[in-house]
Design a protein around this ligand. Structure first.
Ligand code: IMP
Ligand code: MG
Length: 183
């Protein structure tokens, strides 16, 4: 789906498809170098991280297995609360693994903070985060993300895996949702 297909629902395009792929190429090269000779496990959080995971994996030269988790974070449709429930757990034991969590966005950071604490209790060899987007002004907890694509303003964004009420995930770019859609 292109922005022109749903132009009336969008305020503005924030990150284009091309910018995303250039950035994943750059992050992929860093990840390749940092994990050379190491056994890394990519952990994605459903469903938002699907696009980032799919494209990041194709920018890597290392052969990294993927695993997926599904969580619900309670709160309103545009804000998370930090109260997290695991709806689908990983299939892979994390003990002794170099885990790279692949995320779409760090907003308040509450969901990821909870997940990272949880992974640490499972005996990982190392734990790092790759997030395509980060909203520095919205962060409520400090998240030490090693690989970050773009710092963006605190507006609610959709596209490239990010949804509003399960819509817009297939949009190729990341765009600010027009306020009339959700207010
Ligand atoms: P956090 O706990 O506030 O950091 O955000 C948790 C989750 O909320 C993210 O992984 C996204 O799936 C979703 N989210 C946060 N901000 C946005 C946004 O601007 N658009 C769409 N989803 C978002
Ligand atoms: Mg998500």
């Amino acid at each position: 789906m292109r922005a022109s297909d749903i132009a009336g629902d969008l305020d503005r395009i924030l990150v284009t498809e091309e910018q995303i792929h250039d950035k994943l190429d750059e992050l992929g090269a860093r990840i390749d170098a940092d994990y050379a000779g190491k056994d890394v496990l990519l952990v994605g959080v459903l469903k938002g991280a699907v696009m980032v995971m799919a494209d990041l994996a194709r920018h890597l030269t290392i052969d990294a297995p993927m695993d997926w988790m599904a969580v619900s974070s309670y709160g309103s449709s545009t804000k998370s609360s930090g109260v997290v429930q695991i709806r689908k757990d990983l299939d892979t034991p994390l003990e002794g693994r170099h885990v790279l969590v692949v995320e779409d966005i760090i907003d308040s950071g509450l969901t990821l903070n909870w997940l990272l604490e949880h992974f640490r209790t499972r005996g990982v060899a190392s734990l790092e985060v790759c997030a395509l987007l980060r909203k520095p002004d919205a962060m409520k907890v400090e998240i030490d993300a090693k690989y970050v694509g773009f710092d963006i303003p605190s507006d609610f964004v959709v596209g490239y895996g990010l949804d509003y009420a399960e819509r817009y995930r297939g949009l190729r770019d990341v765009a600010v949702l027009a306020p009339h859609v959700y207010s």
